[in-house]
Design a protein around this ligand. Structure first.
Ligand code: GRF
Length: 231
């Protein structure tokens, strides 16, 4: 079941520079693409802090290289999910972040964070949700035999990859694909899609009605269909 989401909620921050907290657990290529978009002047945002629950996350190295405030919080040293989230929230607040972006962060959020940032926590997932939520999405897509895969940026709710969908990008699954080649193709799209959605957020163009998210003014792909194979 999907969690209920407030209707007719308009997310609008105007045109000010939005301070973003990025939560990571791994390589951090999505973090890197956000950093690059900001540094290239394509995103009216700044990274307020980077928080990892893994000490060896390469994402932390990336943050340090760009002189971003970065933190390691070991979730195992907290008694439960809520107290870990409270520690994350403290750092996020100390750095005055207005938007929280999960970029390969491998933890489910409790209401401690969700209630503090209503409709202001984003996640990216390497599948066309609601297909293949959770881990190993690309492997499961291949095993299932889908012909079109992709990635999704969505608001975070208490479920696993279940929140309202903001944007999706599709890629073909090719006959010779392995988990690695498909993941790479999807990741390339993630690196475009995530900064794109963050830009929409900074421009106050995201409106949520129940589970449906609308972008105004909208730039929609009006192609009649995507197909694979091509006929
Ligand atoms: C991405 O595939 C993302 O969709 C998923 O975790 C992966 C993170 O990759 N949530 P990276 O750490 O950003 O390189």
């Amino acid at each position: 079941m999907f969690e209920p989401v407030p209707s007719h909620t308009s997310v609008s921050l105007g045109t000010q520079k939005v301070r973003v907290a990025v939560l990571v657990s791994g390589n951090g290529s999505n973090l890197q693409s956000i950093i690059d978009h900001i540094e290239e002047g394509k995103l009216n945002a700044s990274i307020a802090c980077v928080i990892s629950n893994r000490e060896d996350a390469f994402a932390l190295e990336r943050a340090k290289k760009h002189q971003l405030p970065s933190f390691y919080l070991n979730h195992r040293s907290f008694s439960d999910r809520r107290s870990f989230d409270a520690a994350v929230l403290e750092i996020v607040r100390e750095h005055s972040a207005e938007l929280v972006v999960l970029a390969g962060f491998n933890r489910i959020l409790s209401t401690v964070l969700l209630d503090a940032f209503p409709l202001a926590i984003l996640n990216i997932h390497p599948a066309l949700l609601p297909a293949f939520p959770g881990n190993h999405a690309q492997r499961l897509a291949l095993q299932h035999g889908v012909k079109i895969a992709g990635c999704t940026v969505h608001f975070v709710d208490p479920g696993t990859d279940t929140g309202p969908i903001i944007a999706q990008a599709a890629v073909p699954v090719l006959d010779g694909d392995t988990e690695e080649t498909l993941s790479r193709r999807i990741l390339r799209e993630e690196h475009r899609l995530y900064p794109g959605v963050i830009r929409l957020f900074t421009e106050g163009r995201i409106r949520v009605e129940g589970r449906r998210v609308f972008i105004s003014p909208g730039e929609q792909d009006s192609s009649e269909y995507l197909e694979n194979p091509r006929f």
